[in-house]
Design a protein around this ligand. Structure first.
Ligand code: CP
Length: 293
């Protein structure tokens, strides 16, 4: 069974193939319709972009979309994730897209006979976000070799940071982090001073402060966080001419990034969302082909 639940599920060649297919679809190529297949989106955590861009992508494939609402499902009667997914497999679903708060939830699902695309697992990984981020960078630079990237924000709790760090490093980029001590993750790369590196970076990726995942308060006011770790106008003005600003969103405006910079010239934040739908079309096509559905 070919799943995409973490970036290590994909070879570098497969990643490049998905990026190029995403760009082709953005440029007007069409996917083959598959009215015979059923897909269900199981989101146990909130989502706007991931859930709905998968839905649009699924409709463009002419897949039958079975909407699953965790709040009215039998999960509320104590049914396990495995039994929920097995039920969907047995009633005829062909693909599951799952977001769950539990790290590596997919390890419980290895006995299923239905492919899984992860929409994010706890603080683990977010592969479809990583792939759309890669597509956005590739669109700008045409390569990842020697790209100088900083990821600023809540590194410790971020599945986006983990997927992007692992993948971008594999592809030859230099990835460093900017964050307060409480957001450091010792298992990832070097933490640097934002103001010392801002003038040399190609990609400035900002991450959301994930208030919902913190055991305790951040210890910094929003204003202090913005001043020390956010993209202010002063820092933006020091960026290289071709540098781009990214954020997986949702954005805490005036915390990770100044409100006025969210749609600035170098910002790709809303373009990432546009690319996300095309990348999810490419991911669905890949899963359909690899699993011979
Ligand atoms: N970037 C992202 O995963 O957004 P959602 O939580 O809205 O899906």
């Amino acid at each position: 069974m070919k799943n995409i639940v973490k970036m290590s599920d994909l070879t570098n060649e497969e990643v490049f193939s998905l990026i190029k297919r995403g760009l082709e679809l953005k440029n007007g190529k069409q996917v083959s319709p598959r009215e015979d297949l059923y897909v269900s989106n199981l989101f146990f955590e909130n989502s706007t972009r991931t859930k709905h861009s998968f839905e649009v992508a699924e409709h463009k494939h002419r897949l039958n979309v079975i909407n699953f609402d965790a709040s009215t499902s039998s999960v509320n009667k104590g049914e396990t994730l495995y039994d929920t997914c097995k039920t969907l497999e047995m009633i005829g679903c062909n693909i599951l897209v799952i977001r769950h708060s539990q790290d590596a939830y997919y390890n419980e699902l290895t006995n299923l006979n239905i492919p899984i695309i992860s929409g994010g697992d706890g603080s683990g990984e977010h592969p479809s976000q990583c792939l759309l981020d890669l597509m956005t960078m590739y669109e700008q630079f045409g390569t990842f070799e020697n790209l100088n990237i900083i990821i600023a924000g809540d590194i410790k709790n971020s599945r986006v940071a983990r997927s992007n760090y692992n993948m971008l490093t594999r592809l030859g980029a230099k990835v460093r982090f900017v964050c307060p001590d409480i957001f450091k993750d010792e298992t990832l790369g070097e933490v640097v001073d934002f103001d010392e590196v801002i003038g040399e970076v190609d990609v400035c990726m900002l991450l959301r402060v994930q208030h919902e995942r913190h055991d305790s308060k951040m210890g910094l006011s929003k204003e202090e966080y913005h001043k020390n770790f956010g993209l202010t106008q002063e820092r933006y003005d020091k960026l290289k001419e071709k540098a781009i600003v990214m954020h997986p969103a949702p954005v805490n405006r005036d915390v990770e990034i100044a409100d006025s910079l969210v749609e600035s010239e170098k910002s790709r934040i809303f373009e990432q969302m546009r690319n996300g739908m095309f990348m999810r079309q490419a991911i669905l096509e890949y899963i359909i082909e690899k699993n011979k559905l």
